[in-house]
Write a protein of this length. Structure first.
Length: 94
């Protein structure tokens, strides 16, 4: 995976960003608040979706939000944090 976008950089969004950074993936974060996270390119609006493999939506971002719609219209796979996280868990989940 080359680049992921994390929409919403609260506690769980930061955890998702950290996960991908630890695996050498470029992370772009989008949040309305001015946030600084080492290694993450943070923007206040969803600028570009070039070379983006996946967009991960934090729980605080509505699925009808313009950022989510922009990604869907561009054909970029969009998932919620739970959809993202479950396949990463090595143990069986029931």
């Amino acid at each position: 995976m080359k680049k992921v976008v994390v929409l919403g950089l609260g506690v769980s969004g930061r955890a998702v960003a950290s996960y991908w950074l630890s695996r050498g993936v470029e992370v772009v974060g989008v949040d309305r608040k001015a946030v600084e996270i080492d290694g993450v390119h943070v923007f206040s609006d969803l600028e570009s979706l070039e070379e983006v493999a996946q967009v991960i939506v934090s729980p605080g971002i509505a699925w009808g939000h313009p950022w989510v719609q922009k990604a869907k219209q561009a054909g970029v796979p969009v998932v919620g944090e739970v959809q993202f996280a479950l396949p990463q868990i090595p143990n069986r989940c029931v």
